[in-house]
Design a protein around this ligand. Structure first.
Ligand SMILES: Cc1ncc(COP(=O)(O)O)c(C=O)c1O
Length: 418
């Protein structure tokens, strides 16, 4: 007989029954979802002194782990519930996970998305066969509409995280990790939104190997789990949008909080700059495309907020790869500037023939390759006789930029890098 999670409505599922449910989920999901690679990263191991393994859920069906929980939840509906269909609210990965899982089980799915959801996400969700209802401006509006639809039609509402079956589906990642490593890791780093993923992973590992450390990572601009753990109960925090959109949740769930308050060892926060660097490094070094939420765990490690012991086996969950393509160039550009591979310099030159040419020659001699240049002699604050020049250029090194600025300043031209 199937294990029953106890007390799910009271928010007090215990880790042992959750672990039993995870074992069932692993059987149910075999052959339905990908067993994603667990890659030992030479680069990140060298940078941290640990043995860093990336669990690549960005390569999962639908581009994130969300399909695991959604499929297990939907597969456990009764025949009558399956006939009435499912409904979910999401602007992101949960939408695609539920849409895909429902079509695999053969169940009708309605996904309510905010009107502001990116067209690409709407199309992807429709592409998996779901009916998409656009409603309201933000997730909360979509959520309310989804609950109404569930009441009106008798469809089952699929919660994105606060559900024992959803948590169990996400926990199957830990089952795979254990098999792929041939044992337990020393530390697992998990991104935290509502806490479903972390709850599943921690329930499996901690009940079987209590010595394993599980550390959660959340955005500094939505620190609901850290605050709730401090308060000793789920509390609501102010949250704003950002690069880690999958992790922006105002409060943890009742079930996820109940599990995580018992199981998680630590929670750290990261900001978008740290995450942009992690996305960039995953792309450049591992040829791995991660979205903000998917790179948060690695960001915590690379920024030194988590310091594993030397040689420790550390598993970093790269939870999703659905980054908006309009966002990616900005992330890459941000990091290129930080690494001084692209520089923006701005300064003043005399408004007379030949001066712009001198600037360009100095740049060329130092092997700076101009991407963009602006010359403006009509700025309101400029004294007559001067023009402002701004150049964006690829640079071979910090040193090249320093020598260019020295040379320009030596000519009496006040230039600075920005
Ligand atoms: C890519 C990605 N990572 C992590 C999370 C967080 O998962 P959870 O809400 O179960 O904590 C999400 C949630 O949507 C996500 O899309």
């Amino acid at each position: 007989m199937a294990a029953q999670p106890n007390g799910d409505t009271a928010g007090s599922v215990d880790p042992d029954s959750e672990a039993r449910l995870i074992r069932e989920a692993a059987e149910e999901l075999a052959g339905v979802v990908h067993r994603t690679p667990l890659d030992l990263s030479a680069t990140f191991s060298r940078m941290t002194g640990a043995r860093v393994y990336l669990k690549l859920e960005n390569l999962q069906k639908t581009g994130s782990f969300k399909v695991r929980g959604a499929y297990f939840r939907i597969s456990r509906l009764s025949e009558e519930e399956k006939r009435r269909g499912v409904v979910a609210a999401s602007a992101g990965n949960h939408a695609q996970g539920v849409a895909y899982a429902a079509s695999r089980v053969g169940v009708r799915a309605t996904i309510v998305m905010p009107e502001t959801a990116p067209q690409a996400k709407v199309e992807a969700t429709r592409g998996y066969g779901a009916e998409v209802v656009l409603h309201g401006r933000v997730y909360d509006d979509a959520y309310k509409r989804a609950v109404e639809i569930a009441e009106e039609t008798g469809a089952t509402f699929i919660h994105p995280f606060d559900d024992p079956y959803v948590i169990a589906g996400q926990g199957t990642i830990a089952v795979e990790v254990e098999e792929q490593l041939g044992g337990a890791p020393d530390l697992v780093v998990v991104p935290v939104g509502g806490g479903g993923l972390a709850s599943g992973v921690a329930s499996w590992l901690k009940t079987r190997h209590p010595q394993v450390k599980v550390v959660g990572v959340e955005p500094a601009y939505a620190p609901k789990l850290s605050r709730s753990l401090e308060a000793g109960e789920p509390v609501e925090v102010a949250a704003r949008p950002g690069l880690m959109d999958g992790l922006v949740t105002k409060r943890p769930g009742r079930i996820t909080f109940s599990l995580l308050s018992r199981l998680i060892d630590d929670v750290v926060t990261v900001d978008d700059g740290e995450v942009a660097r992690a996305i960039y490094m995953l792309l450049e070094r591992s040829k791995t495309l991660a979205e903000g939420a998917g790179a948060a765990a690695l960001a915590a490690l690379l920024s030194g907020k988590i310091e594993p012991p030397r040689g420790a086996r550390v598993v970093v969950i790269v939870s999703g790869g659905n980054i908006d393509m309009t966002r990616l160039p900005k992330v890459v550009y941000y990091q290129l500037v930080r690494e001084a591979r692209v520089v923006r310099i701005r300064g003043l030159i005399p408004d007379a023939p030949g001066w712009l040419n001198r600037v360009i020659t100095i740049l060329a001699n130092a092997k700076l390759n101009i991407i963009d240049i602006r010359h403006d002699r009509m700025l309101p604050f400029l004294e007559p006789g001067w023009a402002e020049v701004e150049v964006v250029a690829e640079t071979p090194s910090h040193e090249a930029v320093r020598s260019v600025l020295e040379e320009l300043n030596g000519l009496g031209l006040p230039f600075k890098a920005h």
